[in-house]
Design a protein around this ligand. Structure first.
Ligand code: ADP
Ligand code: ZN
Length: 435
């Protein structure tokens, strides 16, 4: 099912014409209402009238996380205070929170985008949608919520945590969809197993998971553990929240709601645009947002764009799974390492759970790199022969993926901390040592 065929299945020319019209309006609106961005445009010698084609977007200056910090809390709001009806703030995974303001119109856009996402995941007004993203300043809870209400589903605003109660509601309310971070989905799947609940006893059809990077391997684990189809939902507070894009049944990238969010991929070093298919930093320009519009916002998320035809029928551009954030990238002994690469390796081993912790430190002027992983339930770290054989296979696979070795420590199942929101999987103590 498709929520808005006209937009989600528009032909290229129609979409591009609409994008250009909305871009021109956005740039003019931003120039007139956001003084710091006007200054940037003036410094770059570009005026709203210079935007004559979609490609002219490249003439416009970027907006960065630093711009948000410098204009904290509301310096980049474009609407009058009286028209702002809601604020959210980034969960502050990295750095200072970023405050976003929404007008009534913005909330409508958000509802529309998440409605498209939930419909893409097979949900409709007969569905029961259990939302276990955190409610509050974080956009996860209220973002999923506004979409669920827009499609007319029965909405259960659980918020995150209290796994036993989540399971009770899933059973008793016959929830058809479950929304939370992938790491919390895994925690709930383990909770089911512990309580001896077979996923087939539940009514779950779809999981709408996002807010943190996760691998295909993780998806398989969650789908098995919860007995549902898992969809990847992407978004960020600065742009609107979840619903910027959603994966479809093809699981080959996430369809971007490009009538509202115009994507570009740039080389984070040279800032030059990159062709489709090449990995770089994702940049978004909002089309139609009023409270907190963004022009060429550098997300720091790394992925690539795909424009080939998708079998689901949607014609919108897709973004590949997020590899990680440029800030998540660890440079260990000179080599770039993303936690998602480690997750991918771990997910290939049936002997391991997909929970892990990465420790990076410094000893004798050399980086240390340690990984803790859990053995699957039923396996024992005391079984020396088995563990040594496993160690050599895991070491080999990690070295193959990363190009450097890391010291692996095996733990018994269920010893690492479990996540209720965005998982913290890296402890890098090198900066502390430098000071
Ligand atoms: P922050 O985590 O920076 O405090 P947000 O709560 O707004 O702020 O989270 C947005 C960020 O979360 C994105 O920029 C991206 O890094 C990450 N994210 C969101 N959805 C996904 C997803 N589906 N896959 C990978 N990463 C995601
Ligand atoms: Zn598709």
């Amino acid at each position: 099912m498709i929520w808005n065929k006209e937009m989600e299945c528009a032909d290229r020319e129609t979409m591009r014409a609409l994008q250009l019209e909305k871009l021109q309006k956005t740039v003019k609106y931003e120039y007139e209402n956001v003084a710091p961005y006007r200054k940037k445009m003036d410094d770059a010698g570009v005026k709203p009238e210079d935007i004559k084609t979609l490609e002219d977007i490249r003439k416009l200056p970027f907006t960065t996380k630093e711009d948000l910090a410098a204009n904290y809390p509301k310096g980049l709001f474009a609407a009058k205070d009286e028209d702002i009806v809601r604020v959210h703030a980034s969960s502050g995974t990295t750095g200072k929170p970023k405050i976003a303001g929404y007008t009534r119109g913005d909330l409508e856009i958000w509802g529309e985008c998440v409605a498209r996402a939930l419909t893409c995941a097979g949900q409709d007004k007969n569905s029961v949608i259990q939302i276990a993203y955190g409610y509050g300043l974080f956009t996860g809870g209220l973002g999923a919520h506004i979409g669920a209400e827009t499609i007319g589903a029965t909405t259960i605003p659980m918020s995150s945590g209290n796994t036993k109660k989540q399971i009770m509601f899933m059973k008793d309310m016959k929830s058809t969809a479950f929304c939370c971070t992938p790491s919390y989905a895994l925690t709930v799947a383990e909770g089911l197993a512990k309580e001896g609940v077979d996923p087939s006893e539940l009514s779950l059809q779809a999981g709408i998971f996002g807010a943190e990077p996760w691998t295909e391997g993780m998806r398989e684990n969650i789908e098995k553990g919860l007995g549902l189809k898992a969809y990847d939902i992407y978004g960020l507070t600065e742009i609107i929240g979840p619903g910027v894009s959603i994966s479809c049944d093809e699981h080959n990238g996430m369809h971007i709601q490009e009538d509202y969010f115009y994507p570009e991929i740039i080389d984070p070093e040279t800032l030059e645009p990159l062709p489709d298919g090449e990995i770089g930093e994702l940049v978004f320009t909002t089309l139609g947002k009023e409270g907190f519009p963004m022009i060429r916002y550098r997300t720091r998320d790394l992925c690539y764009l795909m424009r080939d035809k998708c079998a689901c029928g949607r014609t919108t551009v897709r973004m590949g799974k997020i590899l990680g954030r440029t800030d998540d990238m660890l440079i260990i002994r000179g080599v770039n390492v993303f936690p998602s690469q480690i997750e991918e390796v771990i997910s290939r081993f049936e002997e391991l759970t997909i929970n892990y912790m990465i420790y990076v430190g410094r000893e004798n002027n050399k980086d240390t790199f340690d990984l803790e992983v859990e053995l699957a339930p039923g396996l024992e770290i005391d079984d020396i022969g088995f563990v040594e054989n496993l160690r050599s296979r895991v070491d080999h696979a990690l070295r193959d993926m990363l190009g450097i070795g890391c010291k692996v420590k095996f733990l018994n199942a269920d010893t690492l901390p479990r996540s209720e929101g965005k998982a913290v999987r890296v402890k890098d103590t090198r900066k502390l040592h430098d000071k």
